[in-house]
Design a binder for this molecule. Structure first.
Ligand SMILES: [Fe+2]
Ligand SMILES: [Fe+2]
Length: 151
């Protein structure tokens, strides 16, 4: 019972991917053309609010819905592994931003602003790959359980 809930969550997550990819494209463009402290704040807010909540739904709500549907052998850890990689990049980004906000101009002899742009772009590229992996592999793998139930 209860596979509808799983499908609802996957639909919502996929819609959010589309919505967030648009935001990511805009951020990537602005990083190139109009870098500012406000843009950095907006990016960190996007990561700490939208992306963090999205990951929480995948790690907690989806996991719970799978269990409620009687699916106990899906490897949710594999899906969560991607989040750890993203978290590590965010940690480095925040480290650089703290230095930038403190008025520093370089990090390890490199231009701090450029390092922030590079790291933010790395985050966005990794996020896009992660969304693709979920949509191409993990979500279809989950949906297969619905078909198998009627075989
Ligand atoms: Fe994810
Ligand atoms: Fe996702």
């Amino acid at each position: 019972m209860g596979f509808e809930k799983v499908k609802q969550i996957l639909t919502k997550l996929t819609q959010e991917h589309v919505e967030y990819l648009k935001k990511v494209e805009e951020f990537e463009r602005k990083l190139e053309t109009e870098f500012s402290p406000e843009l950095v704040d907006q990016i960190l807010q996007f990561i700490d609010n939208d992306i963090a909540e999205h990951a929480r739904v995948e790690e907690e709500d989806l996991d719970e819905a799978l269990k409620e549907a009687g699916i106990t052998d899906f490897d949710i850890e594999a899906l969560n592994f991607g989040h750890q990689t993203l978290d590590e990049i965010v940690e480095h980004l925040k480290f650089l931003v703290d230095k930038y906000r403190a008025g520093e101009a370089t990090y390890l002899g490199k231009d701090l602003k450029k390092e922030i742009i590079k790291t933010a772009k790395e985050f966005f590229t990794t996020l896009k790959d992660h969304f693709t992996e979920e949509e191409d592999f993990f979500f279809p793998d989950i949906l297969k359980y619905d078909i198998e139930r009627f075989e």
